[in-house]
Design a protein around this ligand. Structure first.
Ligand SMILES: [Zn+2]
Length: 451
């Protein structure tokens, strides 16, 4: 009887290496911060984690009709969480090389204009989500465009894939092209309608999304503050202190604010579940204020290197207790791959004479993101009852990776190989609520199947 019940629940056991985090390993790889099972078993049922532990202990208790999937020496870990990405910029990856403000004008805005067409928005949302899944990203905090239909299209595509995703309509009412402008009133009304329709619907979350301070009037920022107050459990996402010209521009636009971050703080936007992309040119007061408020930084190394914006200061963030997670920032970042983005994060740390260990890098790509979004009780680690979104990283994805992981003596060395050489090929499978998502996604995106 017990067996039949388990079978009906779709009990499935995944055997392989298993790595997940309980807390931030910090600069010194705190040994209590993670669990690594060299020969582990992750059992899922009803889309959730049913149990996790050493294979030798759990296999004997497994009902005979449970499905067993052998992953060999691959490493299973929670799906990646990308805390900052723009889906309407999918088609401008790699275009242009200008600094931030010129890049917005010449590439971003023209691309986002196309999202007034819901058919276009739908097609790009489908492609974007499949690309995320191919790269092992199971949750992301996503900018749509200024058009409410772009958010609808995104959420519909995410719901069809049963994904835990967060997104919001961009708010901008000045200093941008006329045909991408909303008004404080229309932006607030549209955001409210989208919040009521989508926030907490299934696995979806809404993020209140002012693009950045320069493109919102004081009246619009006040409306954003009202939304944040009326929907305290919604997310907030925006950009701060990315580029020095941008910081100087904000100073001219908001002369009374103590700093760029202080502009947002003045409207009640610095709080838990608020995620600020970049946070490069902050001062100690800003970092302390973010840490104290529970707001998080999205560290976007690929984007910061590509646009020449500057280097995120990991040591200063740690000293202040400022929480941060890693993000791709497509399309200023030119890869959907969190593995490639971790490689850039490592190099940013090196350029600053700082250190990012491979263990901590994987924490920043998984549990740190779930924490920033306030959903670490649902995703980002493995525990009984958590949602079973996970990925399989193939230690033999390429001939070179196979050579190097075979020579690696420790878990950290293996992880360093994956960071240095990994990309979408390294993610052999992606599971959403216990079901494999890869096959359909790969077919839709036209890639060759891998065994
Ligand atoms: Zn961005």
């Amino acid at each position: 009887m017990a067996h039949r019940t388990d079978s009906a629940r779709g009990l499935c056991a995944h055997r392989g290496g298993i790595l997940h985090f309980r807390s931030d390993p910090g600069p010194h790889d705190d040994p209590g911060s993670f669990e690594f099972l060299e020969d582990g078993l992750l059992v899922t049922a009803d889309g959730q984690v049913a149990s996790i532990g050493p294979a030798r202990e759990l296999l004997s208790a497994l009902p005979s009709d449970a499905r067993l999937v052998e992953h060999g020496d691959s490493i299973l870990m929670p799906g990646f969480v990308d805390t900052h990405i723009h889906y309407p910029q999918t088609d401008i990856i790699g275009m242009g090389s200008a600094p931030l403000l010129d890049w917005l004008e010449n590439y971003t805005y023209p691309a986002e204009r196309e999202f007034s067409d819901p058919t276009h928005a739908r097609a790009v949302a489908e492609f974007f989500l499949d690309e995320l899944l191919r790269n092992g990203t199971t949750t992301a905090l996503v900018f749509a465009s200024v058009h409410p239909a772009s958010v609808e299209a995104f959420f519909q595509a995410a719901a069809a894939r049963r994904l835990r995703m967060a997104a919001g309509k961009v708010l901008m009412d000045r200093n941008c092209p006329e045909n991408l402008r909303d008004t404080p009133e229309a932006g607030e009304r549209d955001s409210r309608e989208l919040l009521e329709a989508w926030h907490g619907r299934g696995r979806l979350l809404y993020a209140i999304t002012p693009r950045f301070a320069p493109t919102s009037s004081e009246a619009q920022l006040a409306s954003v503050g009202r939304l944040a107050r009326d929907f305290p459990d919604a997310l907030i996402q925006t950009h701060v202190a990315e580029n020095l010209d941008e910081v100087a521009w904000v100073k001219r636009l908001f002369p009374r604010a103590r700093s760029y971050l202080d502009v947002y703080d003045g409207y009640g936007l610095v709080r838990e579940r608020a995620i600020y992309a970049h946070c490069i040119h902050l001062d100690p007061n800003d970092r302390a204020r973010m840490a104290q408020s529970g707001a998080s930084a999205a560290f976007c190394p690929a984007s910061n290197l590509r646009l020449g914006s500057g280097l995120f200061d990991i040591t200063a963030a740690d000293a202040a207790g400022l929480r941060f997670a890693v993000a791709t920032d497509v399309a200023a970042g030119s890869s959907f791959s969190m593995l490639q983005t971790l490689s850039d994060a490592y190099k940013v740390a090196q350029l600053s004479h700082q250190h990012l260990s491979p263990l901590r890098a994987f924490y920043l790509a998984t549990l740190a993101g779930a924490r920033a979004l306030g959903i670490d009780n649902c995703i980002g680690r493995f525990a009984v009852g958590m949602e079973a979104d996970f990925i399989v990283l193939d230690l033999r994805a390429t001939a070179l990776i196979a050579r190097l992981t075979a020579r690696a003596r420790t878990l950290s060395e293996k992880l360093m190989v994956l960071i240095s050489l990994g990309d979408d090929r390294t993610v052999s499978r992606t599971y959403i609520l216990g079901r494999e998502a890869r096959a359909a996604a790969m077919m839709r995106s036209g890639s060759a199947a891998r065994s």
